[in-house]
Design a protein around this ligand. Sequence first.
Ligand SMILES: Cc1ncc(COP(=O)(O)O)c(C=O)c1O
Length: 382
Amino acid sequence: MPQINADSLEQLQQRRSAKWRGFDKDVLPLPVAEMDFPIADSIKAVLIDMIQRSDVGYGGIIPEFNVAFAKYCKDAWGWEVDPDQIRLATDVGVAGVEVLRVLCAPGDKVIINSPVYHNFYNWIKEVQCEAVDVPMQHDGNGTWTLDFESLEKAFADGAKAYLLCSPHNPMGTVFTHDELARIADLAHKYGVVVISDEIHAPLTFDDSFVPFLAVSDTARKVGLCITAASKSWNLAGLKCAQIVTADDEMKSRLNALPISVAFRASILGAWASTAAYNDGREWLADVLEHLKSNQQFLREQLAMHLPKARYFVSNSTYLAWIDLSAYGIDDPAKVLVDKGRVAFNDGADFGPDGKNHIRLNFATSQEILAEAIKRMADVLEA
Ligand SMILES: Cc1ncc(COP(=O)(O)O)c(C=O)c1O
């Protein structure tokens, strides 16, 4: 049995994050990708120590962070990261935007695969590029795959960059080595840069995750990775992420990034993330056990109380992509929050095929999950 338990609803309601302050108090909130578990003790200790010593100035360059991340990547995935090819950024959103700003000009095409993390659309808009969607293909049984034919067409059509969500948010798809190698070859053929957002990678439930930059020399030439400890160790508010390259030419291209990008990461975030990579694996393993058990619980609860909902367990992360179309309601996320007092992300924000879907965050207690399903059923099965 997992050792780490989610905080009680009463404790959670005292949190000041957007998840817990974004709705009326009688609404049970299950959107926003953060966890309701207490953070790892090793991370708490670092933060408390820094606060007590008023060690909260500018972070700057932190070699210990680079070494810790490189060691984590080697241990977790056998991926050799050169500590000299890691740069800090405020968060993965800032990393994505700043990298796009350097690699693309306004009006350039950037490929995404919907349904996908809703802020990808915002990042691309922020740098005045054009999002080109190559939707993921669903086999109807829980397997989503890339449509390589359409991807190649989009590459051939002059795309500058490909924003790959790996593992994929919201479906949790973990791409295979072969798929990633094929992406790299296509990107090389058409001169596209692959920006692989791997923020969910440590939340993969088995050892199937493959870092894009680990697949081939071609991938290292065409790609870069943006990631953070923040999703897996629940540190989003501490503001620290990293941009990773594995090729000298790509590294030089990123020298166009303003030096301030690294300085805008938080010192607390950088040292908390260093502790996560150095000492947080046991905590994470426990959390993953918890999440796997929650995933099964959610599946059973949905089957029991909302039999027309379609949900497939995935191999990574704590987000459930739930198709509610069979209930014939136009805007289920809105109806559920208005009538059921339970909040989810609206699937429509993730792309056109997300209409009538919700994204549910199951990184919480089974009590809260059961209550959320009850509230959903009270509205949809009434
Ligand atoms: C794929 C993906 N990228 C980036 C982010 C946001 O990361 P950050 O808070 O570091 O900007 C999220 C958050 O859920 C995400 O799912």
